[in-house]
Design a protein. Structure first.
Length: 358
């Protein structure tokens, strides 16, 4: 298995921001902590999501792409990918680096997309569609790669539902040949960390780019590179509804905490949908035009504040802060190329009964 090495990140001098906030009597520990990767500057920023200010900034050595990120539920560990075959564990405290004792871990694929299990115990990483690269499974406790699995010839994205179901998308399917698969499959992690597929398949017919599971694990959506949005119900990946977005490529999505709203970042727009988290029924609410962005496989280029009152969205040369109610811009962070945006794991509100669409 792959091993750890000295971190590719170095601390920048932004911790003075936290000292300043403390001097003002503000409880920075109580504010939600967010992380965002900037592939243009090779920099990872940590921000206070109530005040919307950067509290720490970490410079990285250049890689193929500074990609996805996750934050542990206790907000004491952040993890980011380099898209160059390694991930970095970052120790956090009060919204800044707790120490310089961060560590890199070499893994068995490029590490483009990353999903953290609902119990924070495991990371599953995909190689962004690179051929013949297995899924990598990492223990967050030991910070070691504990297993690899190759259910398909390529793996474009991975996403956990809050019941532990793992959604895996692939272009080629099981074999690399002329007939592409373009599908998503459901899976589970075995006790030894191996990925076991459950035998259900969903396809829109187009190349999949990403997937999201609604809170409650009763439904979700598949996003494809021909502007398709396909909802499904669980268990079984049962197709529910397909809609065509206003843009050519569907990149990433996030649900509101109750699962009743769905937000999609496309290559040039942000779209909002009313969503039924039990039946998978969708109805468009509003569309906001956005700067053009790259369709990275699986990387979550949109996130929602833990309180549900703000969206954080890749805005080209900035991370935009958007009102989820009407799409109005509330602010922005100046960045070069926003890739991964993340907050701590939150299973959201449980859903157990059908919901009438407005």
């Amino acid at each position: 298995m792959s091993g750890t090495r000295h971190s590719r990140f170095c601390k920048n001098h932004h911790n003075f921001v936290v000292l300043l906030l403390l001097s003002w009597g503000l409880n920075v520990a109580a504010a939600p902590l967010g992380m965002v990767s900037d592939n243009h500057s090779d920099r990872l920023s940590i921000f206070n999501a109530d005040l919307d200010i950067v509290t720490a900034s970490l410079a990285a050595r250049p890689g193929m792409a500074l990609g996805d990120c996750v934050v542990s539920a206790d907000e004491r560990t952040g993890i980011t990918t380099s898209s160059g075959g390694a991930i970095t564990f970052i120790s956090l405290e009060n919204g800044v680096m707790a120490s310089d004792d961060n560590s890199d871990l070499d893994i068995s694929n490029l590490g483009v997309d990353m999903a953290l299990s609902p119990d924070d115990r495991f990371l599953v990483l995909a190689g962004g569609g690179a051929l013949q690269q297995p899924l990598s499974v990492v223990s967050t406790a030991t910070r070691e790669e504990i297993a690899t699995s190759s259910p398909f010839a390529d793996h474009t994205s991975v996403e956990f539902c809050d019941d532990g179901t793992l959604l895996v998308t692939t272009t080629q399917g099981k074999y690399f040949d002329w007939q592409v698969d373009n599908a998503m499959y459901d899976a589970r992690l075995a006790q030894d960390g191996k990925v076991e597929t459950l035998g259900h398949r969903l396809s829109s017919g187009a190349r999949p780019n990403n997937a999201s599971c609604a809170p409650g694990s009763l439904s979700g959506v598949l996003l494809d590179r021909q502007g398709g949005l396909t909802s499904f119900t669980l268990p079984g990946l049962v197709p529910a509804q397909h809609v065509q977005l206003t843009s050519p490529e569907a990149i990433a999505s996030v649900f509101s905490k109750d699962g009743r709203k769905l937000f999609i970042r496309t290559n040039n727009a942000l779209e909002s949908y009313h969503f039924n988290p039990v039946t998978g029924e969708m109805q468009r609410d509003w569309v906001r035009q956005m700067p053009e962005t790259e369709p990275y496989y699986g990387i979550d280029q949109i996130a929602i504040h833990p309180d549900g009152n703000k969206l954080y969205v890749d805005g080209g040369k900035a991370m935009l802060i958007i009102n989820p109610g009407d799409g109005a811009q509330l602010g922005e962070f100046s960045l070069g190329d926003t890739t991964g945006i993340c907050f701590a794991n939150d299973p959201g509100a449980p859903v157990s009964a059908p919901i009438a669409m407005d």
